[in-house]
Design a protein around this ligand. Structure first.
Ligand SMILES: Cc1cc2nc3c(=O)[nH]c(=O)nc-3n(C[C@H](O)[C@H](O)[C@H](O)COP(=O)(O)OP(=O)(O)OC[C@H]3O[C@@H](n4cnc5c(N)ncnc54)[C@H](O)[C@@H]3O)c2cc1C
Length: 466
């Protein structure tokens, strides 16, 4: 048993965990943050896509759903998803908040209810509109196609300080950690603040299980070298991400007590479409993304479009074919543009465990979700056609970057896992502060809301135990 006493152990140093740790450390709590991934700085991020996949993600960069039709990307690094994501930061609209209010009965989910928490989250960040002066040809084709088809698009809001586009910086690289310290990842923002306020961080420590005992919780961890550690703490915050936190509870024997554990898993399945143009597009240059769809019709139909691209290994996995024809396509990489359809999925999946205790994801699109994906595909094809693409190549499988649910907020244990006080039903000392809380798919980038909820969870913990 470790001798140091902590008021709270936060499991996971990602988006939710860093924000909760900051508020509690500033309130004077003794906070320990445990993170399975390694700590990197701008000087030590892996160089190159293959090393990035191997070192910054669980299971080498990609996990698959049971039917191998969807690839899930789950960060494993101090900073969690904020290190590898695109830092696109959006607040939820009425539609998403109304749905959540209805599902949970919580007044928090309204524009006024969320306002103070969004403001607190924003205060720790620099958020900018991606400067259109440096938009690359991939972005310009996107905007041009939208205009020609009569669709609405808008510039993206991004957590960034100074990306140096004027100096010719190419932002695609920051999918494996930002070497300029421009991207507003949590080690640059909330986690940094938490550590400055006295929180302690132990990287490369995977939490294997938790056990509620008496007036607290025991946390079992394992260091990368294999050494086992055990802590006793007053309270625990699960912030290991939707899949990580759910898996941890399943391994800790909570399935019987919490019948909805692992259910209502959503992931905004994304489908990338490549198009070949006669002139080079050079989609890898400058800002990786500049525009998103802002079309009320798309929102009603349950999808959105983003102008995006993937590094070469990712693109090679997505492009169809094999052998010489595939190689020929890869040689034309500079001529490809790309648009992604992100589906606001309605068919819930399920997070379980395989016989080795690893996450097993059952997730499929139902007919409604397929209809949404098809409507998005039609819009993408119209845009490519209107801008003179020579050929359109759909990606071979869907990608899930927004992993949500499994520990959903709700009214009672018959329908959900976590109550309005952000505690597991029946567990006074175990709180949740990650995307696992999401009761449905918002169809909007989730990070800013995860940060805001992290702040709200911490405030609730301080009310429970000042
Ligand atoms: C490529 C990519 C691009 C994205 N782009 C955007 C974007 O532009 N905008 C946006 O809003 N969202 C984006 N996302 C999604 C966003 O990053 C996630 O939704 C967000 O990070 C989830 O936050 P979280 O707190 O739930 O979990 P995470 O941020 O994933 O943090 C969980 C942490 O817990 C750790 N952990 C897990 N299990 C254990 C354990 N047993 N013991 C100890 N530690 C553990 C993990 O290693 C991880 O570091 C993107 C994601 C990816 C992969």
């Amino acid at each position: 048993m470790e001798q140091t006493e902590y008021d709270v152990i936060v499991i996971g140093a990602g988006v939710g965990g860093s924000n909760v740790a900051l508020e509690l450390a500033r309130a004077g709590w003794r906070v320990l943050v445990l993170e399975a991934g390694r700590y990197y700085s701008r000087r030590s991020y892996p160089r190159g896509e293959l090393d990035g996949n191997a070192q910054l993600f669980w299971n080498g960069g990609m996990e698959l759903n049971r039917s191998a039709t969807l690839a899930l990307l789950r960060a494993k690094v101090v900073g969690g998803g904020s290190i590898v994501n695109q830092a696109l930061l959006d607040e939820f609209d009425h539609d998403a908040l109304d749905d959540w209010r209805q599902l949970t009965g919580m007044d928090l989910f309204s524009e006024t209810g969320m306002r103070p928490w969004y403001e607190r989250a924003r205060a720790a960040l620099q958020i900018q509109t991606v400067p259109l002066a440096h938009a690359n040809r991939n972005a310009r084709l996107f905007a041009d196609g939208f205009a020609r088809c009569g669709f609405q698009c808008a510039p993206l809001e991004r957590g960034e300080a100074d990306c140096g586009h004027g100096d010719g910086n190419d932002c695609i690289e920051c999918l494996y950690g930002c070497r300029r310290d421009s991207k507003q990842s949590t080690p640059m923002t909330s986690l940094k603040g938490a550590l400055e306020a006295g929180a302690q961080l132990l990287p490369e420590c995977e939490v294997l299980g938790i056990e509620e005992v008496g007036q607290g919780v025991r946390v079992h961890g394992r260091l990368a070298g294999g050494r086992r550690l055990l802590w006793q703490t007053r309270s625990v915050v699960l912030a290991a991400g939707a899949v990580g936190s759910t898996g941890l509870l399943l391994r800790s024997g909570y399935a019987e007590r919490l019948p909805r554990l692992g259910q209502r898993f959503f992931s905004h399945p994304q489908y990338m479409y490549y198009a070949r143009y006669r002139e080079p597009v050079d989609a890898h240059r400058g800002p990786l993304q500049s525009y998103k769809s802002a079309d009320a019709g798309f929102r009603r139909q349950g999808f959105k479009l983003e102008n995006v691209f993937a590094p070469p290994v990712g693109t090679a996995l997505l492009l169809p074919g094999s052998g010489a024809p595939h190689q020929q396509r890869m040689r034309q990489l500079r001529h490809f543009a790309c648009i992604e359809v992100a589906v606001r999925d309605t068919a819930p999946g399920r997070i379980g465990l395989d016989r080795h205790g690893r996450p097993l994801i059952d997730k499929e699109l139902d007919s409604e979700d397929r209809r949404r994906a098809a409507a998005g595909r039609r819009a993408v094809e119209a845009i490519f056609e209107a801008t003179g693409a020579e050929a359109v190549l759909p990606g071979r499988f869907g990608i899930c970057l927004h992993l949500m649910g499994g520990l959903t907020l709700g009214r009672n244990a018959a329908t959900a896992v976590v109550g309005a006080d952000f505690r597991l039903f029946g567990s006074p000392h175990v709180y949740v502060a990650d995307a696992g809380l999401f009761p449905s798919a918002p169809g909007i980038n989730p990070s800013l809301t995860i940060m805001a909820l992290g702040r709200r969870v911490a405030a609730r913990m301080l009310e429970d135990r000042p």
